[in-house]
Design a protein around this ligand. Structure first.
Ligand SMILES: Cc1cc2nc3c(=O)[nH]c(=O)nc-3n(C[C@H](O)[C@H](O)[C@H](O)COP(=O)(O)OP(=O)(O)OC[C@H]3O[C@@H](n4cnc5c(N)ncnc54)[C@H](O)[C@@H]3O)c2cc1C
Length: 378
């Protein structure tokens, strides 16, 4: 296996925390990646796969196992069975943003709103990445993966990954194991071949973020440039020179609550129904109908509630930090916890716990972390 001298996880994660692993393997080809994982799983050693380290919050103690860095690269353009579409098969270690740049240059639509999200293509389905109302679930056709339980490589349709709001069967949510322990080797996307022409922009959330009228017509390149500029203003594009961006993106997920819980929150708290509240259709067989029209049945609806609003309105403003702590809420975005230089994982965890406590005291909701936590607890 291509072993390398282990470096601390603080050098591989965008939150810049994490101790030195016992072993480290750099997988530059899919064969190396598959071989390394099969060997590790046969030995039963602790293991951790790392892509761009942009959704990982690692503890300060040494990681007692092997870190496998996914460094495979490459984009292959394939024909699509749908007229007017093309497929891209992308190796797991390929930079996500470089993929978006390639797609935009090729005139392929469907991922431009996710410009500037750091990390790798292989990690993108893990939490079904999304921005401005666009998610990878909309364009992902299938992934090639290797399952820990069998060591077998297979092609799995996106429908089997249960992609939901910042989740999939492959994600390790805080306090639980992933439903399916597997490593993605490549992803295949299906994108609309729209070329360089200007066209309407799908999605109200994206149009609002970019200040576009419903009838506006722009190119994919215009969308990418303006998404990158909008994200940079919020500290959501990594910048080595700006500690205000040294984060794991959103540290907390927007809360998903029932309609009745959402009603207990102040009206000013932004919220979005998770699916349109459509009335269920009741079908009554004609022979069984007594002439009375039944009252409409409302499907129970879930509501996504803005975690940033809850945080700011619990008294934790942008830029907030605990006394003498080197961890701080981003000065540009209340959802991002940042490392202002050499903050320990414990300092960041302390700030996260403080925020959870403030929000729970004010609004009765326990915010859940979005990154994957390794060797650190909240
Ligand atoms: C500034 C900033 C902005 C961000 N903005 C957004 C945003 O707008 N929307 C959004 O959804 N996310 C956002 N994120 C979060 C993050 O960029 C994404 O979740 C990204 O997909 C993580 O990719 P990665 O390669 O860095 O994963 P890593 O952090 O390396 O890994 C994350 C998890 O995935 C696992 N993993 C990594 N690669 C694989 C693989 N090939 N197969 C199986 N498991 C794997 C890891 O073991 C770990 O559990 C942001 C992060 C930052 C720092």
């Amino acid at each position: 296996m291509p072993d390398v001298t282990p470096v601390p996880l603080s050098q591989l994660t965008t939150l810049r925390t994490g101790g030195v692993p016992a072993r480290m393997v750099d997988a530059e080809t899919t064969d190396d990646l598959v071989d390394a994982l099969r060997d590790l799983w046969a030995d039963g050693e602790p293991w951790l796969v790392v892509g761009g380290g942009s959704n990982l919050f690692a503890g300060d103690d040494p990681f007692d196992g092997t870190v496998v860095r996914v460094l495979t690269e490459g984009i292959e353009r394939l024909p699509s069975p749908r007229a007017g579409f093309a497929r891209l098969r992308v190796q797991a270690g390929h930079s996500w943003d470089a993929l978006v740049d390639y797609a935009v240059t090729e005139g392929l639509a469907g991922i431009a709103a996710m410009s500037g999200i750091p990390g790798t293509a292989g990690a993108a389905p893990i939490q079904n990445i999304g921005a401005y109302g666009q998610e990878i679930a909309e364009t992902l056709v299938e992934v090639e993966l290797i399952d820990e339980s069998t060591g077998e490589v297979s092609t799995v349709p996106a429908a089997e990954l249960a992609l939901g709001f910042r989740t999939s069967v492959l994600k390790q949510h805080y306090g639980s194991e992933p439903t399916r322990s597997a490593v993605i080797l490549s992803i295949t996307l299906e994108l609309a071949d729209v070329g360089s022409a200007e066209g309407p922009v799908r999605g109200e959330q994206l149009r609002t973020a970019l200040g576009l009228a419903p009838a506006a017509s722009v190119s994919l390149g215009w969308i990418r440039d303006h998404v990158l500029a909008t994200r940079a203003r919020k500290g959501m594009v990594l910048d080595d020179g700006d500690p205000d961006t040294w984060s794991a993106g959103s540290f907390f997920q927007n809360a998903i609550v029932s309609e009745s819980i959402a009603r207990t929150l102040p009206d000013a708290c932004p919220r979005w129904p998770l699916w349109p509240a459509i009335e269920q259709v009741t079908v009554i067989p004609l022979e069984g109908w007594n002439g009375v029209v039944p009252p409409p049945v409302h499907a129970p609806s879930l509501v996504k509630v803005s975690a940033a609003w809850l945080i700011e309105n619990s008294g934790v403003g942008k830029g907030f930090h605990l006394p003498r702590s080197r961890a701080a809420v981003s000065g540009k975005h209340a959802l991002a916890l940042t490392n202002r230089g050499r903050a320990s994982a414990e300092e960041i965890a302390e700030l996260a716990r403080f925020i959870q406590w403030r929000v729970q005291s004010e609004f009765g909701l326990l915010l859940q972390p979005e990154p994957v936590l390794v060797g650190v607890e909240l």
